[in-house]
Design a protein around this ligand. Structure first.
Ligand SMILES: [Zn+2]
Length: 198
């Protein structure tokens, strides 16, 4: 993605680039399909209330757009590139962020945010569903505290960092990035590789 970004940045006329930035900011790009080394995006053209299809080939460093314009790369390709790039950078950023120590606390705090509400819910009326949700949420928080060794649990920070050094740091980052790309999995699962001091 970075290579395609640099290639297009170099090739695009400054005016086209600027227009592409504007178009991307107008939220006119949506991702259609993503496959290995290829992104298909839809770009809304404000003036024509029509859609154009842009394909970006991140590995072959190529691009296509079905507009008839003479510019190559055209405004639509730039807009699609910027939108895709922003998303990928964001996902990578979140992954790196969650891989950091305080990111672990953040995940735990976010997970525990529902607890007060669930407790409040049970004070008004106790139902099986409410209890189950509360127990699941509490278990998730405890799971994060124990597996991430938060608040000094199981050796705390030192043990945690020793384990991180044992594991490939890269693997941890990839796992975090994958978890970030999959917001549905609240528990974020286990990191790749067995915990060294389990
Ligand atoms: Zn175009």
């Amino acid at each position: 993605m970075k290579e395609l970004f640099d290639t297009l940045k170099k090739k695009a006329l400054p005016a086209i680039w600027a227009q592409g930035v504007k178009l991307a900011r107008e939220d006119s790009v949506s991702l259609e399909k993503e496959s290995d080394g290829r992104l298909d995006l839809r770009v809304r053209v404000p003036a024509r209330s029509a859609y154009l299809t842009v394909s970006l080939f991140t590995r072959d460093l190529e691009w296509t757009c079905d507009c008839p314009g003479p510019a190559d790369p055209c405004v639509h390709v730039i807009a699609a590139l910027l939108a895709a790039y922003a998303v990928i950078e964001l996902v990578e950023g979140i992954g790196l962020w969650l891989a950091k120590r305080w990111g672990e606390y953040f995940a735990m705090v976010v997970t525990s945010l529902g607890l007060p509400y669930e407790i409040y819910d049970m004070t008004s009326k106790i139902t099986v569903t409410r209890v189950i949700f509360f127990v699941i949420n509490l278990a998730l928080v405890l799971y994060l505290v124990i597996t991430r060794r938060l608040f000094g649990v199981r050796g705390g920070k030192d043990a945690y960092e020793a384990r991180l050094k044992d594991e490939s740091i890269l693997q941890a980052t990839i796992a975090a990035a994958a978890a970030a790309a999959e917001p549905a999995s609240l528990g974020r699962g286990e990191r790749a590789g067995p915990g060294a001091s389990r």
